[in-house]
Design a protein around this ligand. Structure first.
Ligand code: IPD
Ligand code: CA
Length: 274
């Protein structure tokens, strides 16, 4: 992990920019949704889709960042990576929850993080984040040392789960991975009061930050799926980590400190307390 980028703006300032970009990008995504969705391509599998809007929204964010922060790097789901010179990288998922978007389910989001250090999740340090869910009319923001926020209210993860934890998860697009994901669900259910699979990992993590979920776990997420949400959870007093049980598909685990710890124990097989 490297130290703060020399001459970098304060996290709060970067957070305000992330929020503005996420709001503007969210408005565009929502507008395009009302005009009708056109599929642009499939990616890793037939179920893994990209719409014209995903590409257009990412381009908007990338263009704005080129104007506002020309020396920063960029890592986006649709247009790839470009190293910068400032030590900061913007990690962007233009529409997280693309399948919801395509089906007209409003749980999709624009996810924007700015991170410091090498542009790899294990080596970067989160600086600021915004997750905007325009179909739900919600914006979650956070900046290092400044907390995580929604509608002027400071967010805090849950700490008590007397009736069991309300957990979120997600499944990969490749049908060959579904059995393994379902087996993991079976393993964690003893500590759950119930399970939600909403279809946008960025929203799931924002909900953990907001105390709407007690915890979250998912295998095989890409960095842009969780970069912003992880910052929100950490700023809300929670913990986020990755377990490399399968090097190809690391497991992201998030929650309040105790649920995060229990999930890690169960998922890594050290579940003697179950
Ligand atoms: C997907 C969503 C979904 C998760 C998938 C992700 P996308 O992102 O975050 O909740 O279960 O693993 O790929 O493809 O809609 O940007
Ligand atoms: Ca995504």
């Amino acid at each position: 992990m490297t130290g703060p980028a020399a001459g970098a703006p304060a996290p709060a300032e970067l957070g305000a920019l992330a929020a503005d970009l996420a709001r503007e990008a969210g408005d565009l995504a929502k507008r395009r949704r009302t005009e009708g969705v056109s599929l642009a391509a499939t990616k890793s599998t037939l179920a893994d889709i990209v719409t014209e809007a995903d590409r257009e929204v990412e381009q908007l964010i990338r263009d704005r960042l080129r104007q506002e922060r020309p020396a920063d790097g960029f890592l986006g789901e649709e247009s790839g990576a470009e190293r910068g010179q400032s030590g900061l990288t913007w990690v962007v998922d233009p529409i997280d929850g693309t399948v919801n978007y395509a089906y007209g389910i409003p749980a999709y989001s624009v996810s924007i993080a700015v991170v410091e250090g090498e542009p790899e999740p294990e080596r970067w340090q989160g600086v600021a984040a915004a997750v905007c869910a325009p179909g739900l009319g919600e914006l979650f923001t956070g900046a290092r040392g400044e907390g995580a926020w929604h509608d002027g209210i400071r967010l805090a993860v849950t700490t008590e789960t007397p009736a069991g934890a309300l957990l979120g998860t997600g499944f990969g697009y490749d049908p060959a991975t579904h059995d393994g994901d379902l087996a993991m669900v079976r393993r964690v259910m003893p500590i759950a009061r119930d399970l939600r699979r909403m279809g946008s990992a960025a929203i799931d993590l924002a909900y953990v930050a907001a105390g709407r979920l007690d915890g979250f776990f998912e295998r095989g997420l890409n960095p842009w799926d969780f970069a912003a949400g992880a910052i929100l959870v950490q700023e809300a007093g929670g913990a986020v980590s990755r377990l490399e049980l399968d090097a190809q598909r690391p497991m992201v685990v998030a929650g309040g400190p105790s649920v995060h710890g229990r999930l890690r124990e169960i998922i890594s097989g050290d579940d003697s307390r179950m």
